[in-house]
Design a protein around this ligand. Sequence first.
Ligand code: ZN
Length: 434
Amino acid sequence: MDKKLVYSWLDEHTGEAVSLLKDLLRIPSVNPYFDDEESLKGEGNAQRCLQAFIEQMGFRTELSYPDAQELIDYKDKAGYNGDHTFEDRPNLFGELKGEGGGRSILLSGHMDVVQTGSKWTHDPFSADQVGDTIYGRGSVDMKGGIAAMTMAVKAIRECGIRLKGDVRIGTVVDEEAGGMGTLALVARGYRADGCIITEPTHMNLAPLCRGILWGKIIVEGQAGHIELKRQDWKEGGAVDAIDKAAYILEYFKSFNENWAHTKAHKYLPIPCQIKFAQFEAGEYPTTFANHAELTFDAQYLPQDKDENGLGGKVKKEIEDFVAAIAATDPYLKANPPRIEWILDADCGETFDTEDFFKVTVSCLQDLCPDAIVEGNCAHTDMGWFCNVGIPTINLGPGDSKLCHQSDEHIEIPEYIQCAKVIASIILDWCGVSE
Ligand SMILES: [Zn+2]
């Protein structure tokens, strides 16, 4: 079987590929946890649009609705958000049966997008095209990837090639607000021998993503006139919460230096760190701050996941470190800082010893010789697929730096290139029936 037939089909049908992508972009599917605007809540419409498209290709399909009550067994696990509701927010699952005797593949992506934000020079939901560039919210993150994986299967079908293994498509809702869509898809029992998430990797291969923790260190001081001589804090004298917070911050330099060695990964360009993003303290100019909050983002590696697939062990490490800092200062020892946890987004990893990794990397580098293997520094939904033993990689078109930005856009040649790479992987992985 000549893969070139499939590649030529995709070149000749660029127009059809572009129109599928534009159809998806023109249906706003903003995650409702970002924007209350009714007219933008279209995850259901976008899923039905793709459903109709893949049914025409011969897929058997099913829409299913995540439900917090049904998923209650997962309440301490990754992706579970008990207060999320799913009216007209279905997951789409589709299956195209192979001839038998081959390995199955799951192609996955999220249909929700983040809010549009400001400063667009193109309508975020018109799918404007200028030259080879298509603009729109979700063009990169990640309707470009969803359309590319769909066109990859279509190209194989239209070339009359019969696959041995099954091809499954699973597109989910709610990725941008926690990942309950993918949790529900996996909880429903959908599996495959390998999975590609077509998140934007700029056509590099990302065999892992990091976990993300958001937290807040809260330091209490004691207010008091800032211009006067201070009494001992034990006798009710003022304590500057800014000063104490700065004291804590200073220790995190050595913490991060340590993590630079212990939390690095050969497929990540930067190690995990704790980065402080917000510092809030004080009330007015003439009093010492009686309260300070340091908000941070800490990343963790898949190897550091706890038994729930989350960052519990890393949280403990940070809590212990803050407690150790507090022990070095008499006031902080008596008034220990607290940590409030805000978010824990899970992670996953597929090792380069896996067959699926080897097949995907070789297909990718055949078509894109400059492609590299580099993990996603940010979160994707791969954690649950890895948790249930499905080798999973991220591979998709578009520059992830454009995600969540105004004037998000994708280049058509890269989009088509992605469809070719995915078609090539499907052919090699699922096998062709002669
Ligand atoms: Zn995404």
